[in-house]
Design a protein around this ligand. Structure first.
Ligand SMILES: Cc1cc2nc3c(=O)[nH]c(=O)nc-3n(C[C@H](O)[C@H](O)[C@H](O)COP(=O)(O)OP(=O)(O)OC[C@H]3O[C@@H](n4cnc5c(N)ncnc54)[C@H](O)[C@@H]3O)c2cc1C
Length: 412
């Protein structure tokens, strides 16, 4: 039996929830089957993408789907055998692109991003991790007038939510990134876009801070969640049980296995993503480069140059297809002709994704002392500190600082 809060999942979301709750003086235990920041949160593209407020389900994006699916190693893939399982999620995704839903998701995303940015800066200062922040903005690149023009409605929508950016003509691009291939005719520079030195190093440093505040780690695979004598009880694969005062499920793309045991069915899917981390001297990169038309980014890290992205809606069990990492690396070599592509490390991660691109943050249905914090999709690193703040307030019974309705676990 523990008196405090038990968090399932030591990804960046669970770590931030632990840090906030430990700061508030709660006794915090985090359980994970692999370790601290060892899964999806370890290898992502390191962006604090506070300006990335557009939900994925948007008409412009959906129009690109047939073209993307036609390329087996392109930005989007759906293994045919997985399609039947995916259909209900895809239906909800398509519905989320409808005008009313889309505008509501955009406003909700923007409000969570404003909170996320303020909370990240505060948490980094308190934890001493601010030196891991890079504030050199991002450069989005377009191959031709048509691609640039197609991006403009999205930039107008972002502008309405206070996102600052500057469109660039082709001749200005070398000032922002020397060494680009000549096929890029336009760019957009986003000064407020930030990245971190390395997402795994940041996660581990934040965990060290949470530990200094009293949080404890317990290795273990949680297999069961039930309510006994008014308390949530977690059953572990080693046969042990933990009865906690409060449980937070922050188990990323695997969270729905546990919510089901609490009686809650939540349409969580995984968007698998791939990358290759090259040695640090692979290229002189000034900032994160974004190739939206090709669904990948190139990020300068303290630990290397990371090339990757893509979406594969292929579930949790299928083996990785690293041909996807190789295809993006080959494109990167064409876009940055001087890029040295040898000596890279390939990786795949499982984005935990809900159809409307918003996370689930809120209480379970019947088990009111169980809370959910998962489903951040492409933005889990970006939104982790904001989520930590919201979960802390939820657990402490304090009023939320933003409207929580859009993140309600039962909105679908
Ligand atoms: C290629 C790629 C690039 C990305 N780039 C960015 C980016 O630049 N910026 C950004 O903001 N986001 C990015 N993301 C998304 C981001 O990585 C995720 O949203 C985020 O890592 C999710 O964090 P999490 O803590 O929810 O999940 P995870 O990091 O997956 O952590 C969940 C943890 O729960 C544990 N767990 C699960 N089930 C159990 C169980 N039953 N018992 C015990 N432990 C369990 C797992 O072991 C895991 O450690 C990217 C993702 C990918 C794949």
């Amino acid at each position: 039996m523990t008196d405090g809060v038990t968090i399932v999942g030591a990804g960046i979301v669970g770590i931030c929830c632990a840090a906030y709750l430990a700061e508030a003086g709660r006794s915090v235990t985090v359980i994970d089957r692999t370790g601290v920041c060892e899964e999806t949160s370890s290898g992502n593209a390191a962006a604090l993408a506070f300006s990335d407020v557009l939900p994925l389900a948007q008409k412009g994006m959906i129009r690109q789907v047939p073209k993307w699916l036609a390329d087996p190693l392109g930005p989007l893939a759906i293994p045919p055998a997985y399609m039947p399982r995916l259909l209900p999620w895809l239906w909800r995704f398509w519905r989320a692109s409808g005008a009313g839903y889309y505008e509501a998701s955009l406003a909700a995303q923007a409000s969570l991003m404003r909170l996320a940015e303020a909370e990240w800066m505060g948490l980094m200062d308190r934890s001493g991790t601010r030196p891991m922040l890079r504030e050199d903005g991002s450069l989005e690149l377009y191959e031709g007038e048509a691609e640039f023009e197609a991006s403009l409605p999205g930039w107008q929508a972002r502008e309405k939510h206070g996102v600052a950016f500057r469109h660039l003509a082709g001749h200005e691009l070398p000032d922002y990134q020397p060494g680009l291939a000549k096929n890029f005719t336009h760019g957009t520079f986003v000064p407020g876009w930030k990245t971190v030195a390395d997402p795994q190093l940041l996660g581990k440093a934040l965990w060290a801070y949470a530990e200094r505040k009293g949080a404890r780690f317990r290795p273990g695979r949680v297999e069961g969640l039930a309510q006994e004598a008014g308390r949530p009880v977690l059953r572990l694969a080693d046969g042990s049980a933990i009865a906690a005062e409060t449980v937070v499920i922050a188990a990323g793309a695997w969270s729905h296995f546990l919510t089901r045991q609490a009686g809650d069915r939540i349409p969580l899917e995984t968007e698998r993503g791939y990358n290759t981390t090259l040695p640090k001297d692979a290229f002189e990169l000034k900032r994160q480069l974004i190739f939206s038309g090709h669904g990948f980014v190139i990020t300068p890290l303290e630990t290397g140059i990371r090339v990757g992205g893509a979406v594969e809606l292929g579930g949790l069990d299928r083996p990785p297809n690293y041909a996807r990492s190789k295809a993006m690396l080959e494109k990167a070599r064409r876009f940055l002709p001087g890029l040295k592509t040898e000596g890279g490390r390939e990786w795949m991660g499982y984005r935990p994704s809900l159809p409307d691109s918003l996370p689930v943050i809120g209480r379970a249905g019947a088990m009111r002392n169980v809370s959910y914090a998962f489903g951040h999709g492409h933005l889990g690193l970006t939104q982790a500190a904001g989520t930590g703040r919201l979960v802390r307030d939820l657990v402490l019974g304090q009023p939320a600082v933003i409207d929580m309705t859009p993140f309600d676990p039962f909105r679908f």
